[in-house]
Design a protein around this ligand. Structure first.
Ligand SMILES: [Zn+2]
Length: 391
């Protein structure tokens, strides 16, 4: 009786209810094969990818070299550059040691490295002390994001904000093959004149978020009230002035929000991460290790494993997809079919992934996907099961 009812309901949204493997374009079908017959099953999307409890986004502003020399190998695993004094007389290197990387898991037994973003000025890239185009490409290929920080970091009166935003988009697309979707207002907390015009220009040019130190708060709560389009993001500034001294406060904030049952999304940034405190607005390597090493220890793979450390763009795009996801579920024997209507998905996104949570049913034997790909799935027999997929 129950099965008939399900098919009758699904019949409305399905153009065909027969031929389980047939897919009508445009659609994505995920086929989940379980160990035994599926009786009761509920499928829902996870608020954060991999069904984590909170998201933590980190951006390195101004495109300085230490992002690739120090932060990237420390987060991703690899050799951190040795001490390296550039033309400013500032040490943008680290300790020359190998690091294993910082990880959380995908909820299915696989490690995922902490991934951040760099906010760059196209005019500076390739200059001494800044990232090269090759380094920008390396970060991007590893899943980091690249944000628009204006072409020349121009601030104050009379800035041609439309040009700054457009020219940076153009050169980063031309030299790096990268389409930027996020804008970081240059100038930080000391700059208020060009902030409004920059914000307008960035949204006019299709940016999905504008990061701005004047926007109050650095924690968003992932719930239905959160508006995900044309987001204005406040930011927490991590630098030698507050790390490590304020780290305790920041960790308490995470703890309290989680204890209150919230789904917080933190947005933080710094500039350089080398041995020296570049321009006195950076997070020197020893402090970077203290803060992020602790974040991994408490909330990463060997801790509670409940952090999703991903760029603001990745989290926003996941959420945009989740918000517009239209899907239907059908079961047949030991199989579950989830059919996703791709016509409703937002276009132009880079991070096109989603996590389904399955409650009920048997252990999963196999998952395949038509029109997309399976990233991973959990094989546990009891409790909630995850299916991570991309398109
Ligand atoms: Zn800046």
């Amino acid at each position: 009786m129950r099965k008939l009812a399900v098919l009758a309901v699904l019949g409305i949204s399905f153009s065909i209810a027969t031929g389980a493997d047939r897919v009508d374009a445009p659609s994505i079908t995920i086929m989940i094969e379980c160990r035994g017959a599926v009786r009761q099953i509920s499928v829902r999307t996870a608020p954060f990818k991999y069904n984590k409890d909170f998201a933590w986004s980190f951006t390195l502003d101004d495109g300085v070299a230490s992002g690739a020399l120090v932060a990237f190998p420390y987060f991703n695993g690899g050799r951190v550059a040795p001490s390296l004094k550039g033309e400013w007389g500032i040490d943008q290197g680290g300790d020359g040691q190998d690091y294993p990387g910082l990880f959380f898991t995908d909820g299915c037994g696989n490690k995922v490295p902490f991934r951040a973003a760099v906010a760059i000025n196209g005019k500076s890239i390739g200059r001494s002390g800044f990232l090269s185009w090759g380094q920008v490409g390396t970060l991007y290929k590893a899943g980091w994001d690249v944000f628009n920080h204006g072409y020349a970091h121009a601030t104050g009166n009379g800035v041609d904000v439309d040009f700054e935003c457009r020219e940076n988009n153009r050169i980063v697309r031309e030299k790096g093959g990268i389409t930027m979707r996020q804008f970081v207002v240059p100038g930080g907390a000391g700059e208020t004149i060009s902030e409004g015009p920059y914000t307008k220009a960035a949204f006019d040019q299709g940016m999905e978020a504008v990061h701005d130190g004047h926007v109050p708060g650095h924690v968003l709560l992932m719930d239905t009230a959160l508006s995900l389009r044309e987001m204005r993001a406040g930011r927490q500034f991590l630098f030698a002035g507050n790390i490590p001294d304020s780290a305790e406060t920041y960790f308490r904030e995470i703890r309290e929000l989680l204890q209150a049952g919230k789904k917080p999304w933190f947005n933080a940034f710094t500039h350089g991460t080398g041995n020296d405190n570049l321009w006195r607005i950076s997070l020197p390597f020893p402090d970077l290790k203290i803060f992020f090493g602790r974040l991994e220890k408490e909330y990463g793979q060997n801790g509670k494993d409940n952090v999703w450390f991903a760029s603001f763009q990745e989290v926003q795009e996941y959420s945009l997809i989740r918000q517009s996801l239209v899907y239907s579920v059908r079961k047949k024997g030991n199989r579950i079919y989830i059919r996703i209507d791709t016509g409703k998905l937002p276009p132009g996104l880079r991070h096109r992934c989603q996590t389904f949570i399955l409650d009920g049913g048997q252990a999963i034997e196999r998952v395949s996907c038509t029109g997309g790909s399976v990233e991973s799935f959990s094989k546990n027999a009891a409790g909630s099961k995850l299916v991570n997929w991309c398109f």
